[in-house]
Design a binder for this molecule. Structure first.
Ligand SMILES: C[S@@+](CC[C@H](N)C(=O)[O-])C[C@H]1O[C@@H](n2cnc3c(N)ncnc32)[C@H](O)[C@@H]1O
Ligand SMILES: Nc1nc2[nH]cc(C(=O)O)c2c(=O)[nH]1
Ligand code: SF4
Ligand SMILES: [Mg+2]
Length: 222
């Protein structure tokens, strides 16, 4: 039986993506293949460090007991785990539980093609200021479903220009739900809105991480 390295799990309001504002059970897996300049979860990048070792069945039982009807599988990078399909299957075996996966855009999402409104991806495109853009797996752009999210986390004016270019190159607004979100505290949020207005980006949605406003932005487990 495979075990998963759960760095933390908690119920909170979802601060990001199309389900923002709803209660969700967060399951954060340890380990990431990238090292984004702005990462707010650097402590979970290493595979080593404190973690609960849980089987897929135990995670599903925890979700069931929490009575949450939404699960956010995040990290670290959840799709790095070679047994992640087992965990996804266990969570989806709970009737009516919705599942979203936060993924960094560097790992193929194709193995999880059978997604529907109950099972969606929230995929980043890492922009220049992250320092990780060359790791993007661009074939993923052809695997998006209308209920998936593509998120551009923006730290600079150069990031804005690049996000616009990528949206146009892959017709992203026709394929999925597109979000712009500031690197928290790094760029005046109104600069992003002005850019959206200037370029008539009518299909792009703007978002600020809600949990960073509700709690101290440094706080873990919220
Ligand atoms: C911590 S990551 C984990 C999932 C996956 N590794 C990824 O990057 O999508 C979850 C989300 O938080 C975002 N994020 C991390 N640090 C941030 C920051 N300082 N400001 C805004 N968003 C941030 C990431 O871009 C990603 O969309
Ligand atoms: N409240 C809250 N919402 C979130 N949505 C995505 C998160 C993540 O770290 O992936 C996150 C998080 O860490 N906290
Ligand atoms: S990919 Fe996600 S978890 Fe990994 S360093 Fe970047 S933001 Fe952090
Ligand atoms: Mg987070």
């Amino acid at each position: 039986m495979e075990v998963f390295k759960i760095a933390e799990s908690f119920v909170s309001i979802n601060g990001e993506g199309k389900k923002a504002g709803r209660l969700s059970m967060f399951i954060r897996l340890r380990g990431c293949n990238l090292n984004c300049s702005y990462c707010d979860t650097k402590w979970a990048i290493s595979k080593k460090g404190e973690a609960d070792l849980m089987t897929a069945a135990e995670v599903a039982q925890m979700v069931k007991e929490s009575e949450a009807d939404l699960v956010t599988l995040t990290g670290g990078e959840p799709l790095l785990d070679e047994n992640i399909s087992e965990l996804i299957g266990s969570i989806l075996s709970l009737p009516k539980t919705e599942l979203e996966i936060e993924t960094n855009g560097s790992i193929p999402i194709r193995p999880w093609r059978e997604r529907d409104a109950r099972f969606s991806m929230t995929m980043d495109y890492k922009l220049p200021s992250s320092g990780m853009e060359e790791s993007m797996y661009l074939e993923n752009m052809e695997e998006l479903k209308p209920w998936d999210v593509v998120k551009f986390v923006i730290g600079t004016r150069e990031d804005l220009e690049k996000a616009k270019e990528v949206i146009e190159r892959f017709s992203l607004c026709e394929k999925a739900i597109v979000y712009f979100s500031p690197v928290f505290g790094a760029i005046p949020p109104d600069e992003i809105v002005e850019f959206m207005k200037e370029h008539r980006m009518n299909k792009v949605r703007f978002q600020i991480q809600i949990h960073k406003v509700v709690w101290n932005p440094e706080r873990k487990g919220v």
